[in-house]
Design a protein around this ligand. Sequence first.
Ligand code: MN
Ligand code: MN
Length: 341
Amino acid sequence: MATPSGPTPGPSASPRRRTVLPDARISPRFAGLATFGRYPRLDDVAPENRPLDWAIYGVPYDTGVTFRPGARFGPRAIRDASQYLKRYHIEHAVDVCDTLSMADCGDAPVLPFDPRKTLDAVAEFATDLADESTRLLAIGGDHSIAYANLRATFTRLAEHGREPKGGLAVVHFDSHLDTVDAVWGERWSHASPFRRAIEEGLINPKRMLTIGIKGPLNGAADLDYARQAGVTVVLREDLRRAGAPGIAVIREFLGKLGDTPTYITFDIDVVDPAFAPGTGTPSVGGLSSIEALELLRMCRGINIAGGDVVEVLPDRDVSQITAFLAAHIAFEILALDAARQ
Ligand code: MN
Ligand code: MN
């Protein structure tokens, strides 16, 4: 008796979740409502693509800034710039949208006259978005919102008994440490998110890597808290001078992470103002765009638990270059996770 000669069903019959995009060759990238990366709105995600792998949301908030305001307009600018994001990551050889189910979940609620209430509201909003397997990617907004997304990320893991002992690991890109105790009497500004997160045990300072710190500082003591807490600090200069000794430090740090849930937080001011002028506390002598991408790509293989891209200030941007870079940084974070799957 003849047997059907078609392909036999493989053992991996479990349906793969994915992100359904409009075809740019049919529906132009400059048409339609702007969601991040043209990914579906949360309500439009088909049942077979739930639960999400990544919930992407904006935080239009900048009450936490200590210098130029305007990052509250960051999420809109980044969504607009992200229309031109394509799906295939050539260096990791992965189709991000065929590998991950992602959605734009809109913006978190904010209360611009009240930093503490805003951070609570953002953390609550984000926690509600996340299923057990869903990671949270926050688009800022000033860097104070990292605290809220870290808290939501930690809470999600803890609800399922999967929180790392001692707190999350963190890879932090920034020109600044953001571990100041208080500015103008305020403890919840963008100068303090990691100080608060360390104090609350959300992150483990001994598993925190900060890349890109540079001067001038207010004083030598600015580095004390982070160093005494055990944060690994890679100065901008350590990546630039002969032999780039900071690269070995980064490799060693990443190599020790194993499966530890690790949060990636990216302050766009780590990039030189020549490449990213649209930001509130610009710092001269920063990374180039490609250096930033290469450093992120070094993180391939780590277990990414969540992330954020912050401090884009569109009113100071030129030709959308900062927003465009921020959209690509967010995509790099997603691609790292896709490459690991
Ligand atoms: Mn920062
Ligand atoms: Mn900064």
